[in-house]
Design a protein around this ligand. Sequence first.
Ligand code: FES
Ligand SMILES: [Fe+2]
Length: 426
Amino acid sequence: MSSKLIVNPPRPVPAAAFARQETYAATRLPVDLASTLIPDAYTSPEFFALERDRVFAHGWVPVCVLDEVAEPGAFVTVEVAGTSVIVCRTKAGELRAHHNVCRHRGARLCAEASGRVARFFQCPYHAWAYDLEGRCLGTPLFTPEAGIPEEQRHLFDMEAVKAFDIADHGLHPVRVAVFGCLVFVCLDPDTPALESQLGDLGERLAGYRIGTHRLVHRASYEIAANWKLVAENYMEYYHLPWVHPGLVKVSPMADHHRWQGPGKYVGFCTSPIAANTDDGGWKGLPDMPGLEGADAYSARFAWLFPNIAVNALPNHTVLLMTFPVSPTHTREVLYMLADPGSLEAAGQLADEQVANLVAFWDDVNREDIAIVERVQRGLADPAYTGGRLCYRFEESVHRFQNMLIDQVLGIVRVPGGDGSELVVSS
Ligand code: FES
Ligand SMILES: [Fe+2]
């Protein structure tokens, strides 16, 4: 029986096979028969390039939180699939995203990672300027405040120019959408709307009102591992007792439950949340007001495809965004947010309570980073061609890997849910 089971192909898998269905046959099997995604998907530059195109250049990718672009003129620059994008808030309060390239001779327009402009972005090369809506305001002639002396302005006179309409030279737009406190961009004009992929996740998270949370902490981590290893490690709690001796005390294996509906996400929860121990925990900051039912005593975890973890708890939310840098390097940004009601109730203790939560998450995150880096080192061994999934705990990994395979093969599919809504008593 086992000799007939479909297994992964030998390594190295040729790059031409990465776009073929049969390459993934062993991962397409039902979870109790399936093997993990081919290891070359975590090590190969060719797979990385294919994935960058099919997953990141054509999908909705989270890039920042609303609080980072809250004020008119505020902007962040982010890189998506190798393309630099400016996300900004206009004077009218709208969110916009633009390709970060000047329409004149192609200079990178904005070099800063974040900031705030009074009225416009100005190219450092020949000083073409663009407003927050992306409209070209013109050459320095049109923006005398750029410092062009009065007697030289005639040099910039555009009156004799032929077939030039300034309206045709605005920044190339990028699609932008919001889910909760998260800002997403999509480089592909033809990709279906973000909502079409979220399934029931918005409803499931509605009680936590993360759209009005305030940003209280942001930190980034450099990880010597493929971004998918970070994702897969996040979504299985099989490793908890061995990797997280502190976390497992406040989040015991037995209190983990599936929390999965239809949508391009992988969900589970801890319910009820246990009290803190000497190693810290998830309590401290007061719970937000108005939580109902199981939301009031549960921690909800969702990995939204492709690259973000949303952790919603009664008293805070943590987001983990993972940005692929190379096949073996990931930049992760951790955001902690809290409801204004929690922060108000904490009063002067808020900073200390946030710091305690940050320290706990940081400890857990560093434990995760160490183990995924170790997996990355192991995956380099060509003798390893993939392993069997533990069906009891790794259905989540199987779901994620199949979403990834869909995207790489160009299959448009939003996975269904298992209908097992959590019912527990507090
Ligand atoms: S390249 Fe930007 S103004 Fe010339
Ligand atoms: Fe972990």
